[in-house]
Design a protein around this ligand. Sequence first.
Ligand SMILES: [Mg+2]
Length: 321
Amino acid sequence: MLAAEWAHQACLKDTQVKINSEFTIIKKYLSGIGAAYLNSNGVELAGGDDCAVLATQAKLLISTDTSVAGIHFLKSMQPHAIAYRAVSTALSDIAAMGGVPTAFNLSLVIPTFDPSWMKDFRKGLIKISKEHKIPLIGGDLVKGPLQISVTVLGQPGRKILLRSGAKHGDILCLSGVLGQAYMGLKEFKASSLINAQTKPYLFPKAQVGYAQAIAPYATAAIDVSDGIFQDLSHLIDQSNIGCELDLVKVPVADSLYQKQCLEFGDDYQLLFTVPPNKLALLQSKIKSMGKKCHTIGVIKGTRLKILNNPFKTIKNWDHFR
Ligand SMILES: [Mg+2]
C-alpha cells in the first residue's frame, strides 16, 4: 500500500471511531421501525445480527443516497424532517424505476449523542416507514459530522422504467410543478417554520404511485433531483437522442424565481417520455388519480434544444454538449 493510502486509511479509522453506547442507542432509537411490514416484504431478519436476511428470488432494485448536513440539508432542520427527507429522497430513485419500495437500510453519522434529537429523528423514520409500508432492516451508527446514508430496496413493477428508453417522437412529460422545494427552502431559511410552503422541501414525496401508473405507457423516466436541465440531459444522453424542451410549458412554483425553480432540483417530480399514441390513455389514468401530467417537450434531434429560453446561462447545462 502506498504511503498516501496508509494515511487515508488511518484518517478513515480515526473518523470511524464508534460511539461507546452504539448498540444501546441503536436498540432504543433505531430498532423496530416498520416491524409490522417485515413479513409482507419478505424480510426474514432485520437487525440484531451481522446482516439482514431477505427472501427473494426475483429481481431487486437497489439504490443508495447520502445526505450531508450543510450540503443536502440544513443542520437547523428538525431531526424528524432530516430523517424523513433522507429516506424519501432515496426512495425517489425506486419510484423513478417504476418500483415499489420494500425496505431500507440506514447509516447514520452523528457528532454527539443527544437523546431528544434521536427521539425526534426516530419519529421521522417511523413516519416515512408507515407511508410506504417499509421496515428499517439494518445499518450502523458512527460518530462524525452529521450525515445520513440510506440504501433502499424495491421490487420492480412489470416494466422497469429506465432512462435509456426514449424514442424519436415521444412526448416529454413532467409529473408536477418545479421549484416548490426551492421556494420552501427559501421560506424555511427565513422562518424556520414547518408550514405548507416549507413542507415540499422538508418532506419531499417520492412519486411511487404516479410512476407505477405511467409505467405501462412510458418509455423512459428519471426523477428530478438535480434540476430539470441536468436530469433531462441524463435521460437524453442515456437514450442517445435529443429533445426540444419548451420552457413556457414547464410549471414553476413562482414565476419571479423561474430560473431557480428550474435549476435548483430537490422536487423529486418525475420526468418521463411517452409515445404520442399512448399519451391520451396515460393522461386519463393520471387524471383519475387526481394528478397532473404536464407535456413540456418532444424527443427529437441529437441534442437538447430549449425553446422560449429567457436565460443567458443555465446551471448544470453544457451548451456545447
Ligand atoms: Mg434519481
